[in-house]
Design a protein around this ligand. Sequence first.
Ligand code: GLY
Length: 371
Amino acid sequence: MTHADRQRSYLGALEFAESQVAALTEQHPDFFPIYTVDGRWHHEGELWTDWTGGFLAGMMWQFHLRNGDATWRARAEHYSKLLEHRQHDRAVHDLGFIFLSTYKPWFDVTGDSHLHDVLVQAGRTLALRFQEKGQYLRSFVAPESLFIDIMMNVPIIFYAALETDDDALMQIANAHCRTTRDCIVRSDGSTAHEGIFDLETGAFVQQTTHQGLAGDSRWARGLAWSLYGYSKVFALTGQQEFLAVAQRNADFWVANLPADHVPYWDFDADLALPAPWGAQKDSSAGAIAASGLLDLSRQVDSADLAATYRQTALAMLDALVTPEYLARETPGWEGILKHGVYHTKKQLGVDESVMWGEFFFVEALSKVVAE
Ligand code: GLY
């Protein structure tokens, strides 16, 4: 594909994304869905945990930042404000997802100190999840549990630490990244979803999972969170030890992607079995990894690696903008990207649109069209 063809194709996908998000806000004002059921956002299915509000508002910021549209700006501010109280939310480990996608771009365009204060407070609140014994931020499910997803949220603690010159916060964030690396990132660059610790001693006990196939399997989205999370931490801190982890994750990703460049939900899924446990794609993992690889391609020293990461990201996005994944030619489908997965075991949002898939797809496409 030529550069001009790709830009045209990605811009078309972004315009479709705008129309889908506009329709959602018109049909269901102030509603923050997590996943679709049969392609529709409004349903009675459970949330499991309430972690995705920042992605809907974050897409509005992305649209505004790309085209300067005042309607998107007004919607972005309105939906972001609806999330402000979450800066004190101690029930989730997702405050980075919620605030870095919303209050961070808002603060960047206005410099308003109130927005800065919300970001710093969110970082401080997340840091309250730190377990001294074990040296990690606990997941929402239990004190003994660490999730790989938290790597995408710990950047808000680094942000708060850097903005306020707070050494204690910095130590918490660094410790969490090192514990995650040492306990649930494997030497081949793959990751486990969850690590379990002994609460008495703080010793690491075992790798387990909620959303992957097994404790020792390679859940695709978890790997994408790790790759992108460590890349973000490197961007904030310049610490090479974390760039090395992102690179290890990326190398596993690149070496194990299927031929059509869109990952199955777990790299260990038995592809001879049908979906959902077998040959089920997770387009959201592809969108996250594509956005992360675009950043990582600018961070690594090696020109060869940079080219590999960038080509892989573009190959994934080229696949995701085809009608197999982009819902533009699927009548009645309310999401943007089909074939995402939320929680296979609970049968929530399997082979559906998922709000983080939408956000990272829009983010990755926006990065490319801005070049
Ligand atoms: N809870 C994060 C995820 O589903 O990836």
